[in-house]
Design a protein around this ligand. Structure first.
Ligand SMILES: [Zn+2]
Length: 229
């Protein structure tokens, strides 16, 4: 597993635990965990003990390793089995963590690798692949060759795009579900938003993403890779 430091690294503003955004501030961890539905003072104390975090610890002092351990305990003890972590959920969380400034590309790479290797997301040989299905492995290959984290992030986004179209996206936050206006075609759409870079700085619908944004982005990565060679 490569462990390239998050090149957009900055102090994380939130930590997501089972989809709940907990602000990274100077609250005690045991208090902040009670933002999660179903977790009260007793459950929060149990989590701290299981992970080995002191009662006085603040959210702003958490390491990413501790965040991962907390999630493991919450997943194991406090989340109904039906919500268990599938490949798609893991990928979504890894991408959100990366954008939030947590951790490294290593975990994102593992999540993309596992999602790609699993026929559930990218089917091979069953009809013509969509653009997103086609570009997800291509971008991952580009990341492997160039170490450009943009390519890794793109691979993750294309996989999520494919998953969304197949109704496999379980952990989409409210902001991804809200109705939005596409910055490329101007249509209203609902569902997972796509970053419209390099077309513009906004977000776009799935159709524009596949038809215009992804091809433009892949061209841009190819040129970048050539320039670096
Ligand atoms: Zn559009």
């Amino acid at each position: 597993m490569q462990d390239v430091t998050n090149q957009e690294a900055r102090a994380p503003a939130v930590v997501r635990i089972v989809g709940v955004k907990i602000p990274v501030d100077d609250r005690r961890v045991g208090i902040a965990l009670q933002d999660i539905p179903g977790i009260g003072p007793k459950e929060a104390k149990g989590i701290l003990t299981a992970v080995g975090i002191l009662d006085a610890s603040l959210v702003s002092e958490l390491t990413y390793q501790e965040v991962l351990q907390i999630r493991e305990v919450v997943d194991r003890d406090h989340v109904p089995a039906a919500q268990g972590d599938g490949l798609v959920d893991r990928l979504m969380v890894a991408l959100q963590d990366y954008h939030d400034g947590w951790g490294s590309t290593g975990l994102l790479e593992d999540a993309v690798h596992d999602a790609l290797g699993h026929g559930l997301i990218v089917r091979r040989g069953a009809g013509r692949p969509s653009n997103a299905e086609h570009y997800a492995p291509l971008c991952f290959e580009m990341w492997r060759r160039t170490g450009d984290p943009t390519a890794l992030v793109l691979a993750a986004r294309y996989l999520l795009n494919v998953a969304a179209r197949r109704g496999l996206l379980q952990v989409a936050g409210k902001e991804e579900q809200a109705q939005a206006k596409c910055s490329v075609c101007g249509d209203e759409y609902r569902g997972y938003s796509n970053n419209a870079w390099p077309m513009n700085d906004g977000t776009c619908c799935d159709d524009c993403n596949e038809a215009a944004v992804i091809p433009a982005r892949v061209r841009s990565i190819m040129e970048h890779a050539r320039a670096d060679a």
